[in-house]
Design a protein around this ligand. Structure first.
Ligand code: IDP
Ligand code: MG
Length: 161
């Protein structure tokens, strides 16, 4: 059974600096688009210390954090808000596990990366965190609500309600 948000559930993806440098933006966006997800927001931004500390609060005391922060600030990142039924879990599955060289083939990290820290994208790990992260990276007027005609082919009628 779908979560209470149904097809309007949202999640945050960040395209990280390694993917920007390696020219993978289009390929990464394509994975989510062809899956049938709806893009609700997209922007390029540089991450300051404050947003990084908040976003990575759960690992801010790890020895690798300073290196990770430097990496995440080495280029702008691209923030995307994707929408769909159970989208948080779906996007995590498409993303693959943190240690990219061991991530499942077919996942984005499994197909495009080898590193633990340079693992091409971030994806929210729970519906609770997704809500916080979407509002951390997007202002209300940067998120868009619109009809996607393709949805009538992506979902069954009862899943859309
Ligand atoms: P996740 O991105 O798969 O959710 P988290 O544990 O939330 O993984 O860690 C956030 C990010 O911190 C990872 O995507 C990766 O870039 C970096 N990271 C996590 N663990 C390590 C590590 O052991 N060494 C270096 N970087 C790490
Ligand atoms: Mg995480």
């Amino acid at each position: 059974m779908a979560g209470e948000k149904g097809v309007k559930e949202q999640t945050l993806v960040l395209i990280k600096p390694d993917a920007i440098q390696r020219g993978l933006i289009g390929k990464i966006v394509d994975r989510f688009e062809v899956k049938g997800l709806k893009l609700a927001g997209l922007k390029m931004m540089t991450l300051d210390e404050a947003i990084l500390r908040e976003h990575y609060a759960h690992i801010a005391d790890k020895p690798f954090f300073p290196g990770l922060a430097k990496f995440m600030q080495s280029t702008p990142v691209i923030a995307l808000c994707w929408e769909g039924l159970d989208v948080v879990d779906t996007v995590r599955r498409i993303t693959g596990i943190t240690k990219a060289r061991e991530a499942e083939a077919g996942s984005i990290r499994g197909d495009f990366a080898m590193s633990v820290s340079c693992n091409v994208i971030h994806a929210s790990d729970s519906t609770e965190n997704a809500e916080k992260e979407v509002s951390r990276f997007f202002k209300v007027d940067e998120l868009f609500s619109y009809d996607k005609s393709e949805y009538m082919h992506v979902y069954a009628e009862d899943e859309l309600s």
